[in-house]
Design a protein around this ligand. Structure first.
Ligand SMILES: NC(=O)CC[C@H](N)C(=O)O
Length: 311
């Protein structure tokens, strides 16, 4: 397959300048106190092509809290380390149409979360990882570091602590999962690991490189290592397309059409299969917890290149 043509640098730099005119809309996440301190007027974008080339604009090298984007990495780790048939018995692969921390469906659907990207599903994935491996926090950090060949990646422990001290809703989800027999470990331990995963501190450039294998049929362009089979990579992309932005997934898929995953740190990771992985970041969020300016930027990007997996 021919290598994708790079997007013009001029377009990307202009996109970063135009993004600034949208500052002031939305609000940074405040329910995690440490995230409330982040300056909203920041924007970065990084594209990592299938062959590993990187292109950046704006604050692409500024670190931020990956939050729910880390659920993609947790899922990939679980798919690599456990029996996936068991995984899909404990977590479904359907959009939820509900807020990411909702308890409603979990109760009516007998403790089986809709998908691995809502908090309930991610807690089950974390539980599976804790069961399968020792030193799971260390392993996740090493996994992220190895994926982009960057030993500087780590957890922002202050953000993890701040969320752990304010995580009543996730605790409620954890206990509800436990009551249905869908959580083996101690709820406190699963929450601790979950909040640390969410507190992985990475830049747009690091996240785009790290998840490059999703545009490359499961193979990491930097190291040449196969992380997932082609079928598994397609599955992760499919879940991102249908469930990656929670109850905004449908509108976003119709508007942007790229498999994507958002996080309340303001990051938005997206994949154009066969071509590139892109990460846009701007901290201010809409009411559903997705970055307003990052979504705007990805919509412009798709418009500019004139194609998406959906046509
Ligand atoms: N959408 C998100 O990024 C949510 C992640 C966050 N740590 C939470 O559990 O609430």
């Amino acid at each position: 397959m021919a290598l994708p043509k790079p997007i013009s640098d001029e377009f990307l730099q202009q996109l970063a300048r135009d993004a600034r005119t949208h500052f002031g809309r939305g609000r940074v996440a405040r329910y995690i106190p440490a995230l409330a301190e982040v300056r909203p007027d920041q924007f970065g974008l990084a594209i990592c092509y299938r062959d590993g080339r990187l292109q950046t604009a704006g604050d692409a090298h500024t670190g931020f809290s990956s939050q729910s984007i880390s659920k993609v990495l947790a899922l990939v780790m679980a798919m690599r380390s456990t029996d996936v048939r068991k995984l899909w018995q404990r977590v479904r692969q359907e959009p939820s149409g509900m807020a990411f921390a909702s308890l409603v469906q979990l109760e009516s659907e007998n403790g089986i979360p809709r998908n691995p990207f809502v908090n309930a599903g991610a807690l089950v994935v974390v539980d599976i990882l804790c069961d399968a491996q020792f030193l799971v926090l260390h392993r996740m950090r090493e996994f992220a570091r190895a994926l982009c060949d960057d030993p500087t990646i780590g957890y922002d422990v202050r953000v993890a602590r701040s969320e752990l001290d304010n995580t009543a809703r996730n605790a409620a989800i954890g206990w509800l999962l436990k009551s249905f027999g869908n959580l083996n470990g101690r709820v406190e331990r699963v929450l601790e690991v979950y909040c640390h995963f969410c507190a992985l501190h990475m830049s747009c450039a690091q996240l785009a490189r790290c998840c490059n294998f999703l545009c490359n049929g499961g193979v990491n362009a930097t190291t040449g290592e196969r992380l997932l089979t082609r079928e598994q990579a397609r599955r992760v992309n499919g879940l991102m397309l249908t469930c990656g932005l929670y109850d905004a997934s449908g509108t976003y898929a119709a508007q942007v059409g790229l498999p994507s995953k958002s996080g309340v740190g303001g990051g938005l990771l997206a994949v154009l299969p066969g071509e590139f992985t892109v990460c846009a970041w701007s901290p201010a969020l809409d009411s559903l917890g997705n970055s307003i300016v990052a979504s705007w930027a990805l919509e412009r990007l798709v418009e500019h290149i004139g194609r998406s997996p959906l046509g």
